[in-house]
Write a protein that binds this ligand. Structure first.
Ligand code: ATP
Ligand code: MG
Length: 581
């Protein structure tokens, strides 16, 4: 029986696949090149903080940064903004490099770490102190917060703000030497405690943190703040276009201030909208919570929106890059429908995934007029989209399996598949007719079907021209391999789980049916030894990918995506709405 279709929710924003995607950054770069702003250089960077795994939102940023560099024969650096040792780890550094490479990008010799600049950043801080533009503050964290004021009230100046340059230099050196405990002092920029931009109210530049860093070890006990580090790292690397997401618009005046006060090279910062995707969350903090809370099976759980999760699920880098190209780069925040990502995936897999036959929920079929000891090798096409992918042989014998849902004892009007007395085609094989139904005497449960086959219909139509209304996939019992198949649905059952109105606690909107494991599937023998990561189309069921949990004894597959194109439906609906207006 066909399961009823889930109601397809509208995305908040409809992107049509027929119009060219927006990309305002391209215009900016072209303008810079025309005016020779950076002597014709284009240097971008992707600057992750190694405090979690990358997700599909990062993929957008990666595609934007590496994409522009490639398009304009420039360079894109990979830089780890590793200023918060307490939350960072080499595991994350390694996963990030693996993911960027897998997406198809190469930073060449430009692998950088903000921690490589710690010495230089310290010197810059000293220079600000000398210029009277930074001071050591000895208020507690709570007091600093209190003094900062609010959006409607200006802040107050710290009593330590007027310390002399000498005193500041002395204290800052002693902070570095480890004389003080965490929180005893901080270094702050001397800007404006009454600024309407809260970030400009004497932001902290350095704090004492007596923790070891994954790269510099115990060398430092003061660490520069992200904002101070980020703009200077871009300057040190002579980045031309610092492309970042919209939430950094407010930080730009601070970056400008730091670079201008120090009178150093100044990149151009341009902000673009983050990617939001329906039925998932794209915040590292939330993803970490899902992993550490055991709501999913690790960062690479195939339901996760992480690059490693998508990879294990069976996504291709091409599909993800194509998706990023299609959504474009805009200035306004929007939410993209997950159906578009799946559409891009289907489009790619349709071209490259070999077709095979696999039965997910087996129903035994005995062909009573087929010789008991006979096996025929029937020819099957590997990919009708690409004849170059060739053909293979599939064994046919007296006992087969078909899908339970392809049979109904009392079929309703629109059910055209197998039923008592009815004839259907078995793909690449014969017409079969159901002659009898065998049930368990005690439970009344269906055990197997008895059928007959028509030898005249091998691999084609009936010579007498009689028609059937359905073609089913099947496997031969003795030849089939056992497999476990994991079916996935959206991780969340609400379209916008990050929206606090929709989901006060995002975890309460987790979809309890996001994973269904089928343990007694049967797949055709050509799948023997399927390499983890190898993708297939299981005919009529969807695209699947062999999982690393596969072994010689038991194959394990993840369903990557179904065959149903929900994106086409959403687009059609949007077009109809447009016409009505
Ligand atoms: P957090 O969620 O903790 O703020 P982050 O996702 O911003 O972290 P970073 O490591 O700072 O994580 O991100 C690296 C880069 O990726 C940044 O330039 C950031 O702007 C960009 N980025 C992060 N999330 C998205 C997103 N959803 N869409 C597009 N770009 C993103
Ligand atoms: Mg960030």
């Amino acid at each position: 029986m066909k399961t009823p279709k889930k109601e397809e929710k509208q995305a908040t924003n409809i992107i049509t696949t027929d119009s060219a995607p927006p990309n305002f950054i391209r215009n900016i770069i072209e303008e810079d090149l025309k005016t020779n702003k950076y002597e014709g250089r284009i240097v971008t960077r992707f600057p992750p903080e190694p405090n979690g795994y990358l997700h599909i939102g990062h993929a957008k940023s990666i595609c934007v940064n590496f994409g522009f560099a490639a398009e304009y024969k420039g360079k894109c650096h990979l830089r780890f903004d590793d200023t918060n040792p307490a939350k960072e780890d080499v595991e994350y550094v390694e996963s990030i490099m693996e993911d960027v490479r897998w997406l198809g990008f190469d930073w060449g010799e430009h692998l950088h770490y903000a921690s490589d600049y710690f010495e230089q950043l310290f010197e810059y801080a000293v220079q600000l102190i000398r210029n009277g533009k930074a001071y050591v503050d000895s208020l507690s964290a709570d007091e600093i917060r209190e003094y900062r004021g609010t959006l409607t009230e200006p802040g107050r100046e710290s009593p330590y703000r007027s310390r002399s340059v000498e005193e500041n230099l002395d204290l800052f050196e002693r902070m570095k030497a480890g004389e003080f405990e965490d929180g005893a002092h901080v270094l702050r920029a001397k800007i404006d405690m009454a600024s309407p931009n809260m970030l400009m109210r004497d932001p902290t530049l350095y704090r004492i943190r007596k923790v070891s860093h994954h790269r510099t070890g115990g060398k430092w006990c003061i660490y520069p703040m992200y904002d101070f580090t980020h703009c200077l790292s871009d300057s040190i690397e002579r980045i031309t276009n610092s492309l970042c997401t919209l939430e950094f618009e407010n930080n730009r005046p601070l970056y400008d201030w730091v670079l201008d006060e120090l009178d150093v090279y100044h990149p151009r910062q341009t902000e673009f909208a983050r990617l939001n995707l329906t039925y998932t969350v794209l915040s590292k903090r939330k993803l970490i919570e899902l992993v550490t809370g055991g709501y999913v099976n690790g960062w690479n759980d195939p339901r996760m929106p992480t690059i490693s999760g998508l990879r294990r699920r069976g996504y291709t880098p091409e599909a993800i890059r194509n998706f990023c190209e299609r959504i474009g780069v805009a200035k306004r925040d929007s939410t993209v429908d997950m159906a578009l990502l799946e559409y891009c995936l289907r489009e790619d897999l349709n071209k490259r995934a070999p077709r095979v036959m696999a039965v997910l929920r087996p129903l035994r079929v005995v062909i009573e007029n087929y010789p008991e000891d006979q096996t025929e090798m029937l020819e099957a096409v590997n990919n009708p989209e690409d004849p170059g992918m060739g053909k293979r042989k599939v064994p046919f014998s007296r006992i087969l399996y078909i899908e339970q849902e392809d049979f109904m004892e009392a079929p309703p009007k629109k059910f055209f598949r197998l039923a008592p007395g009815r004839e259907v085609r078995l793909r690449y094989a014969y017409f079969i007719r159901c002659t009898d139904v065998v049930k368990d005497e005690k439970t009344g449960e269906l055990v197997e079907l008895r059928c007959t086959y028509d030898p005249e219909t091998r691999g084609g139509d009936a010579p007498d021209g009689r028609k059937v209304k359905a073609t089913l996939h099947w496997v031969s019992e003795t030849h089939a391999l056992e497999a476990e198949v994991r079916l996935y649905d959206h991780l969340f059952d609400k379209p916008n789980p990050a929206d606090e109105k929709e989901c006060p606690d995002f975890k309460s909107c987790l979809n309890p049916k996001s994973l269904e494991t089928l343990t007694s599937c049967r797949v055709e023998p050509s799948l023997k030894g399927a390499e983890p990561g190898k993708r297939y189309q299981f005919e009529r069921s969807g695209y699947f990918c062999a999982d690393p949990d596969s072994s010689d004894d038991k194959l394990v597959f993840n369903r990557t995506v179904t065959l149903r194109d929900t994106w086409a439906k959403i687009q059609k609906k949007a077009q109809n709405q447009k016409k009505k207006r």
